[in-house]
Design a protein around this ligand. Structure first.
Ligand SMILES: [Zn+2]
Length: 240
């Protein structure tokens, strides 16, 4: 007689139950001060979260408007926090991006939703993450921006769609490029897979860190060319 197969839902419950036990035994600690974290997927305490520097509301929009081919009337942006090298936010973003902690994206996305509302960004019809190239996605196993988009969309009560925008061109890492080279590197990197999901709609693009804005500008330009009625951008953090 064959062994009874466990339904996937039972296995998932067991895994979640075990994670719950681990969370009780080892409650998440604040990355900055070691105090008990607010919640398992947000490793900061209330005090350290409050001390993070909010980004200036106008900086992102002004930076995006400098890129050619973007329609300023359809372009607005905001970032939640200011990002400093070596700061606690860098540790958090590093964990989210490289240390297999995609679930950090959910509470962070919810905080980003509040930044969008505070800044008066137009209410989106759809939330779209900046995609990774397929190869990068396979290497990392997940797209951190897609997790941010999920948390954000959930809070705003609109759908997140990670299939709208694709990245068919494998670009070089932007890390060591100056502003002009970054734009050259990414300006034709994106494509819209499902124009009907964008056409005539207000689209909110999501990424983790904005440096010069070149990546966001290239993605926004692609969404506008596909007929988006309006495009807004939100980053978790704005690099100095
Ligand atoms: Zn703390």
């Amino acid at each position: 007689m064959p062994a009874p197969a466990f339904p996937a839902s039972v296995l998932r419950r067991l895994r979640e139950g075990w994670q719950g036990v681990l969370d009780l035994l080892y409650p998440a600690r604040c990355l900055a001060c070691g105090a008990r974290a607010l919640e398992p997927h947000l490793p900061l305490c209330t005090g350290c979260l409050r001390r993070l520097e909010r980004a200036d509301a106008t900086t992102v929009t002004a930076a995006l408007h400098r890129f050619e081919g973007l329609d300023p009337a359809r372009t607005v942006g905001v970032a939640l926090w200011r990002f400093d090298k070596g700061g606690v936010l860098q540790q958090l973003q590093h964990a989210l991006k490289y240390q297999n902690r995609p679930a950090y994206g959910l509470p962070l996305g919810r905080l980003m939703a509040e930044a969008c509302t505070d800044a008066g960004l137009p209410p989106p019809d759809v939330v779209v993450p900046v995609p990774l190239h397929r190869r990068r996605h396979l290497e990392r196993g997940y797209n951190q921006s897609a997790w941010l988009a999920r948390g954000l969309a959930e809070r705003l009560g609109v759908p997140a769609d990670a299939t709208v925008l694709t990245r068919p061109v494998a670009t070089r890492s932007q890390t060591h490029l100056d502003a002009g080279a970054r734009w050259q590197n990414v300006q034709d990197a994106f494509a819209v897979a499902t124009p009907q999901a964008v056409s005539g709609r207000q689209v909110l693009l999501v990424d983790d860190v904005m440096t010069t804005g070149a990546t966001a500008a290239a993605a926004l330009r692609t969404l506008q060319a596909a007929g988006a009625a309006g495009t807004a951008f939100v980053a978790l953090a704005l690099a100095r």
